[in-house]
Design a protein around this ligand. Sequence first.
Ligand SMILES: *Cc1c(COP(=O)(O)O)cnc(C)c1O
Length: 374
Amino acid sequence: MLPYGRQSISEEDIEAVTAVLRGDWLTTGPAVTAFENAISELSGGHRAVSCTSGTAALHIAYAALGVGPGDEVITTPMTFVATASCAAILGARVAFADIDYATGLIDPSAVSDVLTERSKVISAVDYAGQSADYPALQSLADQVGAKTLADAAHSVGGSAYGRPVGDLADVTTMSFFPTKNLTTGEGGAVVCRDADVGRRAHEFHFIGLVRDPSRFEITDEGPWHQEVHEYGVNYRLTDLGAALGLSQLRRLAEFKRRRAEITARYNAAFAGVDGLRTPVQRAGVDPMWHLYPLRVLGGRRREIFERMRAAGIGVQVNYIPVYWHPVFARQGYQRGLCPNAERFYAEELSLPLYPDLTDGDADRVIETLLQLVG
Ligand SMILES: *Cc1c(COP(=O)(O)O)cnc(C)c1O
């Protein structure tokens, strides 16, 4: 089966990880520091906190922004469940704003419809790898004193309006799962434009430990002392993962180039084909194409999905609207809430897309699909 996404591992990556195994630090050592510095550099120079997954990154981000009971978090239903569930787990109410049917990205006018004085965070998702409309979302957030969050699990390595991903929202979260744009095995990061939010993110992912003596409330202990002011968890990335990530970052531009090349190949093959709709690119955005979200019209998505799989091609569907998950449905979120997202979901089919996919593989995907819809 041709996978829909997979990691690209080089000999240099393998050497970078084995070098850590031969060294003194398996976790929270020099590789983690170097990786966080590299992510910061990629993201406009803001503080980066590495962590164990993209889901952990979202949990950390919402905790660092102080999300809790009584708050509302506005997000898109066209995402992986964690974008919403990590806010709900902290006690916030999630308000879903519909997407732009063309791009799959959260629609600022739909955000405006659900914005209230209780809105604490507006969380966008850079669906398929292109950045959402952060300038519009930021001005909505500013109206009520809310913050913007970019779930950039798909868009690491991209940019918009000349600014890199990581510098587009107040807080940006990343995932380094093997199918994502670069990998650390499991892993993620949070990038914070505000230094205080960055410090809170670091402390939350590090058990809540305060180690800066100038902030101690207990002042009569010895040099061993560290203390906790707020609860935290242990979401620390290992040096093994960080060394892999650091090595992968050297090829990020190459990964981006190859993903764009395959995307262009698919676009050329499917443009104007009856029953198919190719992805729409937003003006001003330089995407890091993470998914190839083709649309299959005429109610044929499931049939095409099953026949592609039967032909050994690992297509995927991204995503079921988040509020359809029973955990949200049981709270009263009803089908029909976001019609564009539901229509998008009914038509969406993600084709295999990853740097090591060959032109021959892509052509097999194209030929199989054209035969099925022809
Ligand atoms: C993958 C993904 C996540 C979660 O990342 P993990 O590293 O798998 O925990 C969150 N949001 C989006 C949009 C994702 O694609």
